[in-house]
Write a protein that binds this ligand. Structure first.
Ligand code: NAP
Length: 246
């Protein structure tokens, strides 16, 4: 079987948090990296400067993953400046913890648009444009296994991501493309920390048997593995990375 070494990675939501560390890790792994962001232009361009200063190829591309035209442009610009995509990492996400009964229509739509539609948009584009032998790594959440109150809409949107992942892995038959999802437990980023008291944060940190919060590096290493030749035989899976939480 011919081995294909992925060379260009497109990471959505890479301006901050887990995505920024994934971008750094994949750059160290030898990928040229397209750093997608929605709003945080300064963070994205600072990251690109840092990557370039370290000798890597990188560029920042604004685009809302929920918008199909933006996603087409993301692939267009990545191809034009870095080359055809080998690894697509669908990391972009938001979290608003709120009981289902208090969710507005807008928040429901926003959450599903970024997670489910965003993953759909990028994978539909990738179907035609990803190099054979490529990798798709989607983002779910270990909350899918916990069914925590306040997380209903977030969890439902991530469950949709898991289903899209498992079916799309089969639909890519014949292309030697793997499609997997990573499902982190609590990771110390703004998405998780925002709006929580120190007491709540400590309670989450104590939940897994490894008794700490995840760090973005814990998750970036899992993405690095899934994007590497070592994971050639891992396909259609949801990999929970959470210190044993669930
Ligand atoms: P974060 O620190 O809040 O960063 C979120 C990133 O997503 C930012 O770069 C943001 O870019 C980007 N983004 C948001 N909406 C976007 C859109 N419509 N289009 C493109 N980019 C968009 O979050 P994080 O903790 O790193 O989370 C990363 C992923 O891990 C998410 O999918 C999240 O659901 C998942 N996850 C996180 C945890 C956790 O505890 N942190 C646990 C389980 C799963 P801008 O700043 O430019 O808007």
């Amino acid at each position: 079987m011919t081995q294909h070494t992925p060379k260009v990675a497109l990471v959505t939501g890479a301006s901050r948090g887990i995505g920024a560390v994934i971008a750094k890790q994949l750059a160290e792994d030898g990928f040229a990296v397209a750093v997608n962001y929605a709003h945080s232009a300064d963070e994205a361009s600072r990251l690109v400067v840092e990557l370039r200063q370290a000798g890597h190829r990188a560029m920042a591309i604004q685009g809302d993953v929920a918008d199909a035209a933006d996603v087409r442009r993301l692939f267009d610009e990545t191809e034009a400046h870095l080359g055809k995509v080998d690894a697509l990492v669908n990391n972009a996400g938001i979290l608003k913890v709120l009981p289902l009964a208090q969710h507005s229509d807008e928040l429901f739509e926003q959450t599903f648009n970024i997670h489910a539609r965003g993953t759909f948009n990028t994978m539909r584009e990738a179907a035609a444009r990803l190099n054979d032998g490529g990798r798709i790594i989607n983002f779910s959440s270990s909350t899918v296994g916990l069914n925590l109150p306040g997380y209903a809409v977030y969890i439902a949107s991530k469950a949709a991501v898991e289903s899209l992942t498992q079916v799309f892995a089969k639909e890519m038959r014949g292309r030697n493309v793997t499609v997997n999802a990573v499902a982190p437990g609590p990771v110390a980023t703004e998405l998780f920390l925002h709006g929580k008291s120190e007491e709540q944060i400590q309670a989450y940190a104590k939940m897994p048997p490894l008794e700490r919060l995840g760090q973005p590096e814990d998750i970036a290493r899992v993405v690095s593995f899934l994007a590497s030749p070592a994971a050639d035989w891992v396909n259609g899976q949801v990999l929970r990375a959470n210190g044993g939480l669930v």
